[in-house]
Structures are given as structure tokens and as C-alpha cells.
Design a protein around this ligand. Structure first.
Ligand code: ZN
Length: 472
């Protein structure tokens, strides 16, 4: 996850393929859950805490008709989970989030959230069921904690910050680094291609058992793809198409008999009609900006003990090394502490972090991570990265020029930006370092310090960058 998602995505090619074997010609694929060092009870604990955070920040739609429609499909889908993937501890629940984006996510142990936009976009009840069947397959196979298992250094408490930060962090909070959440998705919820394939296949089995054609699940993926605006829907970046999604779902469907076919879909039509009568849903950003605004100063970092720049200790001259997944190694001042975020890791001194669970908000220190970069050259990718930060940091300046730097033995770019920190109200400077990895994704580091302390920090950022070794 987190942290590891980051790293998970990067090394997905190296992940040992989840046991996936076809037993016989024409038979359905046998699916095996991946290795997992956590217990099902830890999935439940993690999911419950994350759900509490999610519901504090995202607007839950309180409409009996719509919610009961979603819950009734949910129960039907849950009842179709094969016996061997049931966990008696798990508690499946279904909520509708009153936001516009086409997205849905399920947390470890069972809580599931369906955006209103997803229900509005679905063409059939089976498409709604298809997204659920896929999401619940990830839950039943315990893919969230299985991903975290690959990152042995992170314990369950750290994962909570990661999962919550990844869902809401990009939309709540303040410092510039929150921009790194951009479209990168959701730690627990962003899966490797192997996990995607298994969730598609188990989802097909569940669909058939629940009385829906597995092809409707594939149909929903197509519906989602068609809706893709700039950058595509979040759901697809969290659930990447392994490449031949429609083909293997279609093949699998041929091996499956659809039981107890659902014929009455009036409730679906009624639920969509009901949604059409409501005021249009806000975007997630609009909804969470409002939520953040009403939460008062508790989220401002210096509500904790002294994070004003004057109170933060200067960077230590001794350095400590960290190894981040199998992606890179880095050395940072010994008085900076590591904090994983959803697609990046932050190193910062005491008092420099934003509050609690939101992940990557910080006022002093450096954040290092990896961003998706579909097709672009380094310069374009860096410009896009900065534009993404600018969406949540209205006072962020734009790069006027870049200079070349070496990062991990490769050619990279550096630029410096200024920003008005919404965390402190003070001016801050941000040193941006970027480089392309072998698979084309964008490696980045953001050094952040208040403007009046930046000259003290700049040399430290350069030293940290100079220590980076790319492992992969
Ligand atoms: Zn998925």
C-alpha cells in the first residue's frame, strides 16, 4: 500500500503472479488468495477505522430509497461469495457517497462506498452489481493487506494513515505536498494487475452465482472507460486493466452458468429516477473543501505542538539511510522521521507534519514518490506534476526554468517554486526534483521549507537528492 502502493505499482512486474490456474478445458478458473501476514481481524480493524475517517470527510447520501437499493444488491452479491473466501469476521456494509465522480471503493473487512456518480452512470442493475462483485472480490481475497504484506516494515497503525490519506488526503488538508495524491489513487485500493485479474475472475463467479451475467461487469468497465475525462476516471487508475480484461471475462463467462437470474430491476430504475430529482452531486473536491472548512483549525499543523518555522529544529548534519521497498535508498538528516503516504514517503522533523491521518501534509522536509506518467517526456511530465499540485494550492507559482541534475545516476530536472502555505499562512518554497524511471513513471522529490528558512534547507535537499540510489 502505501507506501507501498507506490512501490507496489512500480514493482508489479516483479510480483510473483498470484496462483492462477485453469483446471480443465472449459472449467472456471481456480483462484487462490495471495500471501498475507495480517489476520482477517486486522483487515476488519483497519477497515473500520478507515471507514470512520472516510465518513467524517465524504458526504454520505442519506436517502432511504437509494441506499436500500444499493444495500440489497450488495447483500445479493455478498451471498454469492464462494464459501472458501468467506471470513466470519468480515462485516459488509454499503453506503452511497453524494459526489459526482464515477468511483467506488471497498475497505478491508467489508465497508463499501459507492459514489452517486457511479450509480448514475450505470446502464443496468447488473453493471452496479458488477462493480460490487469486483470490489468485494478484492475484499474477500484480502488484497489490501496482501499488498501491505509485501512491505514488511509497515505495521497496521501506519497503514491506516496511508489508506485514509489515499482516499481523502488529496482533498482535505493543506500543505503543498498533498498535491502528490493527484490521480495516483488510493493506496489500499490501487492494485497490481495480477490482483485485478483475480478480482475480475472471482467477480465473474460471484456475478453468475448472484444471478447476473458476468458480461455486465465487463460492461460497467466499458461504461467507466467511456466516461473518462482528462486523466480518466479514478476507478480505472485504481483498478488497471491487465490488458485483456474483456477477453478473459468473456471466456470465463462461457464456463459459468448464471443461477437465479435477476429479472426484476424496477428498484434500479427507481433509484436512478430518485437521483435525477435531487440537486446535482458536487465533485469530491467541492464536498471535501466544504467539510474541511467546517472542521475549524484542528487540521492546521501547528495545532499540534509548535510547527511554526522558528520552532522546528534545523536539519541534523548526521544522516540516516532508508530503503524504500525495492525502489530506492535515500539518506536524510537523522532528526527527520519517515512517514509513508499513499504514493510517496515523507521525511520531516518533529512538528513539521500536518495533523493525524491525512498523510502527506508537511511544512519542512522532503517527500519522495512516484507518479504515473503515461506517455510524456520528463519536462512535460514535470509540468503536469506541478499543474496537479496547483489544483490544490492556488498560490503556487509555475516553473520559470529548469536546470539539470543527477538523481540516482540518471539525468533529472530541478526547479524551485513558491507557494502560500495554507497550513501556516506563510510563504514557503518548494524545490522540485524529477526523473524518469525505466518503466516511464515519474520519480519526484519535493523539498519544502518556509521561505525565510529555505536557504538553510536547500543544501540539505541537494544532499538528500545526491544520496538517492535507484534499486530497481
Ligand atoms: Zn480492482
Amino acid at each position: 500500500m502505501t507506501l507501498n502502493t507506490v512501490f507496489t505499482r512500480i514493482r508489479s512486474a516483479a510480483i510473483f503472479s498470484v496462483a492462477l490456474s485453469v483446471t480443465a478445458f472449459g472449467a472456471q478458473t481456480v483462484i487462490t488468495p495471495p500471501n498475507n501476514k495480517y489476520t482477517p481481524a486486522q483487515d476488519v480493524e483497519l477497515g473500520r477505522k478507515a471507514a470512520g475517517e472516510v465518513e467524517q470527510h465524504l458526504p454520505i447520501l442519506r436517502d432511504e430509497d437509494v441506499t436500500s437499493f444499493v444495500a440489497s444488491i450488495g447483500r445479493r452479491v455478498v451471498d454469492a461469495i464462494p464459501q472458501e473466501f468467506r471470513h466470519p469476521e468480515f462485516r459488509y456494509s454499503f453506503q452511497v457517497v453524494n459526489v459526482r465522480e464515477i468511483n467506488a471503493f471497498a475497505l478491508p473487512g467489508g465497508p463499501m462506498y459507492f459514489n452517486r456518480g457511479m450509480i448514475e452512470a450505470a446502464r443496468t442493475e447488473g453493471e452496479v452489481a458488477g462493480v460490487m462483485a469486483h470490489e468485494l472480490s478484492h475484499v474477500a481475497l484480502r488484497h489490501g493487506t496482501a499488498q501491505a504484506t509485501k512491505a514488511t516494515k509497515y505495521e497496521i497503525g501506519t497503514l491506516l494513515g496511508a489508506v485514509v490519506g489515499s482516499i481523502i488526503g488529496g482533498n482535505v488538508g493543506s500543505a503543498v505536498a498533498q498535491g502528490t495524491q493527484f490521480g495516483l489513487g488510493t493506496a489500499f485500493l490501487r492494485f497490481s494487475r495480477e490482483f485485478e485479474r483475480d478480482a475480475d475472475l472471482l467477480g465473474s463467479h460471484i456475478m453468475a452465482e448472484a444471478g447476473y451475467s458476468p458480461l455486465e461487469m465487463a460492461g460497467m468497465f466499458k461504461t467507466i472507460e467511456k466516461q473518462g475525462g482528462p486523466g480518466g476516471p479514478q476507478w480505472l487508475s485504481d483498478h488497471p486493466n491487465p490488458g485483456d480484461r474483456y477477453e478473459y471475462i468473456t471466456r470465463e463467462a462461457q464456463a459459468l452458468a448464471v443461477r437465479h437470474v435477476v429479472r426484476d430491476t424496477r428498484a434500479f430504475i427507481q433509484a436512478q429516477g430518485r437521483l435525477r430529482q435531487m440537486a446535482p452531486a458536487p465533485t469530491t473536491e467541492e464536498a471535501t473543501r466544504h467539510a474541511a472548512g467546517t472542521r475549524g483549525p484542528a487540521r492546521v499543523p501547528d495545532a499540534r505542538s509548535g510547527s511554526r518555522s522558528g520552532d522546528i529544529a534545523s536539519p541534523s548534519s548526521s544522516y540516516t539511510s532508508y530503503s524504500e521497498g525495492d525502489l530506492f535508498r535515500v539518506s536524510v538528516p537523522s532528526n527527520w522521521h519517515e512517514r509513508p503516504g499513499s504514493n510517496a514517503v515523507t521525511f520531516a522533523p518533529d512538528g513539521a507534519y500536518g495533523s493525524g491521518e491525512q498523510g502527506s501534509s508537511f511544512t519542512h522536509g522532503i517527500e519522495i514518490g512516484v507518479a504515473r506518467n503515461e506517455t510524456h517526456d520528463l519536462r512535460t511530465a514535470t509540468d503536469e506534476l506541478v499543474s496537479t499540485f496547483a489544483r490544490s494550492n492556488q498560490n503556487l507559482s509555475r516553473p520559470s526554468s529548469y536546470d539539470r541534475v543527477q538523481i540516482g545516476g540518471r539525468q533529472g530536472l530541478h526547479t524551485a517554486l513558491s507557494n502560500g502555505s495554507s497550513a501556516t499562512g506563510q510563504q514557503e518554497r518548494i524545490a522540485v526534483f524529477t526523473m524518469l524511471l525505466g518503466d516511464g513513471s515519474l520519480f519526484f522529490a519535493l523539498g519544502v521549507a518556509p521561505r525565510d528558512r529555505f536557504s538553510d534547507y536547500e543544501g540539505t535537499f541537494r544532499k538528500v537528492i545526491g544520496s538517492i540510489e535507484i534499486v530497481r
